[in-house]
Design a binder for this molecule. Structure first.
Ligand code: CU
Length: 235
């Protein structure tokens, strides 16, 4: 009897595990895309910005973030996407945060699903001004006084736009409002990963604020990781 129970457990356990598994149901038909965005040719020296206002919080010097390249040529803050590809919902599990720490927009490139509220933080007791240079979404141009620690804005229309602070002219960033679930920004080493990508041939698009846009065709096989490298150069 005992032997039968043991045998039953051995056979039954994997079935139970499978039944309660939290794997997405489309896992069998998806793969991932990983890669790097690198700069070829001469890498310009980062621009230095001298700061003369609110220096106790902002510092006296900053490096421009419009082109950040690692020692091994990886490009930070390039936006990698699969335009038009559907397969998982474009969503966020809550509000998305944009900080203004040290008088810089953090992250420098913010990716936000269309309609998801963005909490704009102000924790250093300074006055900022949140100014969107948007075309499809109404322009937001609001002061954020020193006592206002959170200001929330929502962007309904997909588009990429610049944001600035009129009190601190060096403060510049970008907001990528998207209805595409496959959008990520590269890290400091220029690497990225897109997961749960439907198997098939896809156009991968890379956009960088200074170096522009390039695309490449990539084939994704179910359960596999497709690797791709993009080389960008200053025109
Ligand atoms: Cu500011």
């Amino acid at each position: 009897m005992r032997r039968w129970i043991t045998a039953g457990l051995i056979i039954g356990a994997p079935l139970l595990f499978r039944f309660f598994s939290v794997e997405p149901i489309f896992a069998d038909s998806t793969g991932s895309i990983t890669g790097r965005i690198v700069m070829v040719g001469e890498i310009p020296k980062p621009k230095k910005i001298e700061i003369k206002k609110d220096t106790e919080k902002c510092g006296t010097e900053k490096l421009a973030e419009d082109l950040v390249v690692s020692p091994d040529r990886g490009i930070k803050n390039a936006v990698v996407s699969l335009p038009g590809v559907k397969g998982k919902p474009a969503r966020s599990d809550g509000n998305i945060t944009l900080d203004q720490k040290g008088c810089a927009f953090v992250p420098h490139v913010l990716i936000v699903p269309a309609g998801t509220p963005v909490d704009i933080l102000n924790n250093e007791g300074l006055i900022h001004n949140f100014h969107t240079h948007s075309a499809r979404n109404p322009v937001v141009n609001k002061a954020q006084p020193r006592f206002k620690k959170i200001m929330t804005e929502t962007f309904a229309q997909p588009e990429v736009f610049k944001i600035t602070c009129d009190f601190h002219p060096w403060m510049q960033g970008w907001v990528v409002v998207t209805d595409n679930p496959y959008v990520v920004a590269t890290d400091g080493g220029g690497t990225f990963k897109l997961t749960d990508v439907p198997a098939g041939s896809h156009t991968v698009e890379v956009w960088h604020e200074t170096l522009g846009k390039v695309t490449k065709q990539v084939t994704v096989k179910a359960g596999e990781e497709a690797k791709v490298t993009f080389e960008l150069t200053k025109k």
